[in-house]
Design a protein. Structure first.
Length: 286
């Protein structure tokens, strides 16, 4: 089933720590001309463990109200909807992502923690299983640097590049397309390929300043280091095997260690673009 033309930017809310997610998600929704949908999943087990059963529900409603106010302050005129669902957060967000334009969540404190991150972490599971691109927002605001995208030459990474071009155009930001190669690869040939890909994808956004960079080294380390000065970092969920429930090592490393917000691009058609003005379409798999 195709995603509706009015599909919203969906925000998964859990606590006050997710308010920075609302702010960035509101900017994304306004930039794409999409509504914003705030979703809080209500846990009855927590309600019965509280001093009163009503208290957790009241707190959820208060959080939704505050989040909606913040969204309107960030983007006046934005259509905002709030919803409280009595369900577990992960299956609910996965199911709702199938009909969402973009899903935004917090990183559960991953960035800068220096600790081993469980694979069961909500953001990690959503990056592997969501049906649309996922924006993982950090608790600290990012610098006003470039929009960074990792490109490895796969069709999936070209979809990430397409998304990054649109992102840079909306933000009036510089696009930095980064390709990391092995030490025995011909960097001149790879740089030419990368430049051609960027030129093809920026055909409709010629005003976007671009930089193509080919670097030898470990892809995850290079991208993480470069992302420290980026306002957002984008990467395909998995370049060589983009199936559902699969998350590549580079995408995982960015999620765990990059201080920048990360967009994991998945849920789009896997076929490469057929022309300079073509747009990727939603994956219509069940």
């Amino acid at each position: 089933m195709a995603v509706p033309a009015d599909a919203a930017v969906l925000v998964g809310l859990g606590s006050d720590l997710d308010l920075p997610v609302v702010e960035q998600a509101a900017q994304e929704a306004a930039g794409h001309g999409r509504p914003l949908h705030l979703l809080y999943t209500f846990d009855w087990h927590a309600a019965f463990a509280a001093d009163t059963v009503a208290a957790p529900r009241d707190q959820a409603e208060e959080l939704i109200t505050r989040a909606a106010q913040l969204a309107h302050q960030t983007e006046p005129g934005l259509t905002v909807r709030g919803e409280i669902v009595e369900s577990a957060i992960l299956p609910t967000l996965i199911r709702r992502s199938e009909v969402s334009f973009l899903l935004a969540v917090g990183d559960s404190g991953m960035a800068g923690s220096g600790q081993c991150v469980p694979a069961e972490t909500t953001a990690v599971q959503l990056a592997a299983r969501a049906g649309c691109p996922l924006l993982v927002v950090r608790r600290e605001p990012p610098p006003q640097g470039p929009v960074l995208v990792g490109v490895d030459g796969s069709p999936s990474s070209h979809l990430a590049l397409q998304w990054a071009v649109e992102c840079a155009a909306r933000r009036d930001a510089r696009l930095l397309a980064l390709r990391v190669v092995e030490y025995d690869e011909d960097t001149d040939a790879v740089a030419e390929q990368l430049g051609e890909a960027v030129a093809r994808h920026t055909d409709r956004h010629s005003a976007v300043p671009t930089e193509c960079r080919v670097v030898r080294g470990d892809p995850a380390k290079v991208l993480i280091d470069t992302s420290r000065n980026a306002q957002v970092a984008l990467v395909a969920a998995r370049g060589d095997e983009p199936g559902r429930a699969m998350l590549g090592a580079v995408a995982q490393s960015l999620l765990y260690h990059s201080p920048a917000p990360v967009v994991v691009v998945r849920g789009l058609a896997e076929a490469p673009l057929t022309g300079p003005g073509a747009h990727p379409t939603r994956d219509q798999r069940p």
